[in-house]
Design a protein around this ligand. Structure first.
Ligand code: SAH
Length: 397
C-alpha cells in the first residue's frame, strides 16, 4: 500500500499552484510506512488527493512532487515520459535544436525534482540531489539513453546539497566507460573542454553560454578583466569578439590549466592578448587598483556566496565588495558584467547591492542588460526558486 502524506489545513494551496516542495511545517502526518525516496500519495487534511511525491524524511523539504495527477503511476514509464519531454522541449527551441552541449533536464523546472542532466557531446552527466531522484537512478539513466542515443552516462552526484537529504556523494560511470579525458565541446564556434570527471558541477558552466556570447558582442576594442574565470570560457569569448587584452583571475590552479589548454585549442585567437593569474579575486582587485590598472569591461562571475536565504546578508557584503572594486577599475564608458548564482539572493536584492556598490564607488551607472541563465535552464512559472542565476550589465559614466 502506498503511504499517504497528509497536509496541514490550508497547505494544499501551494500544491494546487503546482509548487513541487512540501516543507516539514506543511506535513501533518504520514499514514503508512515509507522509506526515503519512496513514492507517497499527497492528500489535503480533508482527504482530497493532490498528487504523488517522493518522501524525504531527512530533509526540511519533506517531499517533492513527482506528479500533480493523483492517478499517475511513478514507474519506469513515468521517467521515460518526463525525460523525453524535457529533451523535446529543448529541440523545439530553434536556438537549441541540434545542440550537443546543453542542459537536458533542469530538475524541478522540468518536472523532475533533484535531477539534473547535462549533455556534452556523446556523454550525458547526471546529478541526483534528492532522495526520490536517488531511488530512480536506473530508470532515469535508461530514459536518458533512449531520449538522446548517448552511449555514455556518467554520474556526478557530489554536490553538497545531497547531505541535506541524508545522501552520500557518489560519482562514476552509469552507462559505458568513464571518459578518458575532458570532452571537447563547441560553444558558438569555440572549442572548450568540459571536464566531466573532475571539473566543477557537471564539468562546465553551461548556464552562462548566452551571456558569454553577449560578452563577446560587447568586447571589441576593450581591455577586459575576467574575474572567477574557471576554464576561461568568458575570456575566450571576449578574445573572439575583438578584445584588445584580457586578464583572467581564478584561485583554482586546475581551472587555470584548463583555461590555458582551452586557449591552445583555439589557435585562431591571439594568445598574446590573454594572461592568467592564480589569485584570490578580493585581493587581486585591490592590487590592480593600487597598481593604477584600468579596464573597459570587467566581468564578475563568482561562486555561490549564499546557497540559502539564511546566508544572504553575509553574501551581500561579499557581492558589494567585489562590485565596488570592479566598478572602480572601469574607464569612463566602461561596462561591468556582474552575476550572482546564489539562490538566496533574488534579482531585486542583487540590483540593490550593485546600486549600493556604485554609490560607494562614486560612479554613475545604468543597467543596459538584465541577464539570466540560458534557455536550456528554464524556470517553471510556479517555481521561482529555479531562477538562481541573475546578472546585470552596467555602463558607467
Ligand atoms: N565564469 C566561469 C564560471 C565561474 S565559477 C565560466 O563561465 O565558466 C566560479 C569560479 O570562481 C571557480 O572557478 C572558482 O575556482 C573560482 N573562485 C572561487 N572563489 C574564488 C576567489 N575568492 N578568488 C578567485 N577565484 C575564486
Amino acid at each position: 500500500m502506498t503511504a499517504q502524506l497528509v497536509l496541514e489545513p490550508g497547505r494544499e494551496r501551494s500544491v494546487m499552484h503546482r509548487h513541487p516542495w512540501l516543507f516539514a511545517g506543511s506535513v501533518a502526518r504520514l499514514s503508512g510506512r515509507a522509506r526515503p525516496g519512496d513514492t507517497v500519495q499527497v492528500v489535503s487534511d480533508r482527504g482530497q488527493p493532490l498528487g504523488r511525491a517522493a518522501w524525504s524524511p531527512h530533509s526540511q523539504i519533506r517531499a517533492r512532487m513527482w506528479s500533480f495527477d493523483a492517478d499517475e503511476s511513478i514507474d519506469d514509464a513515468f521517467f521515460k515520459r518526463r525525460v523525453a519531454q524535457a529533451v523535446a522541449r529543448r529541440e523545439a527551441l530553434p536556438g537549441l535544436r541540434g545542440a550537443r552541449a546543453l542542459r537536458l533536464i533542469h530538475a524541478e523546472s522540468d518536472g523532475l525534482p533533484g535531477v539534473v542532466a547535462d549533455r556534452y557531446g556523446d556523454t550525458v552527466v547526471l546529478q541526483l540531489t534528492s532522495a526520490g531522484a536517488e531511488k530512480w537512478r536506473e530508470a532515469i539513466t535508461g530514459a536518458l539513453r533512449l531520449a538522446t542515443g548517448c552511449a555514455r552516462v556518467y554520474e556526478r552526484s557530489d554536490s553538497e546539497v545531497r547531505t541535506l537529504e541524508g545522501l552520500e556523494p557518489r560519482s562514476g560511470p552509469l552507462l559505458g566507460e568513464a571518459p578518458e579525458g575532458p570532452v571537447v565541446i563547441d560553444e558558438h564556434g569555440l572549442r572548450l573542454e568540459a571536464d566531466v570527471v573532475a571539473g566543477h558541477k557537471t564539468g562546465f558552466y553551461l548556464d552562462q553560454r548566452d551571456n558569454r556570447w553577449l560578452a563577446r558582442s560587447l568586447a571589441a576594442g576593450r581591455r577586459v578583466l575576467n574575474c572567477f574565470c574557471y576554464s576561461g570560457a568568458f575570456s575566450l569569448n571576449v578574445l573572439a569578439g575583438g578584445a584588445t587584452e584580457v586578464i583572467s583571475i581564478d584561485s583554482s590552479a586546475p581551472a587555470l590549466e584548463a583555461a590555458r589548454r582551452n586557449l591552445a585549442l583555439n589557435p585562431e585567437l591571439t594568445a598574446g592578448r590573454a594572461s592568467w593569474r592564480g589569485a584570490d579575486v578580493f585581493e587581486a582587485l585591490r592590487q590592480l587598483r593600487s597598481a593604477g590598472e584600468r579596464f573597459d569591461l570587467v566581468i564578475l562571475d563568482p561562486p555561490k556566496f549564499a546557497p540559502s536565504s539564511a546566508m544572504a546578508s553575509r553574501a551581500a557584503r561579499a557581492y558589494k565588495d567585489i562590485n565596488l572594486l570592479g566598478l572602480r577599475l572601469l574607464n569612463p564608458g566602461g561596462l561591468l558584467m556582474t552575476y550572482s548564482c546564489s539562490g538566496g539572493v533574488g534579482a531585486e536584492l542583487f540590483r540593490k547591492i550593485v546600486a549600493g556598490a556604485a554609490v560607494d564607488a562614486g560612479v554613475d551607472a545604468r543597467v543596459t542588460h538584465r541577464l539570466a541563465a540560458a534557455p536550456d535552464h528554464p524556470v517553471a512559472l510556479a517555481f521561482p526558486e529555479g531562477e538562481y542565476l541573475k546578472g546585470l550589465v552596467c555602463q558607467v559614466g
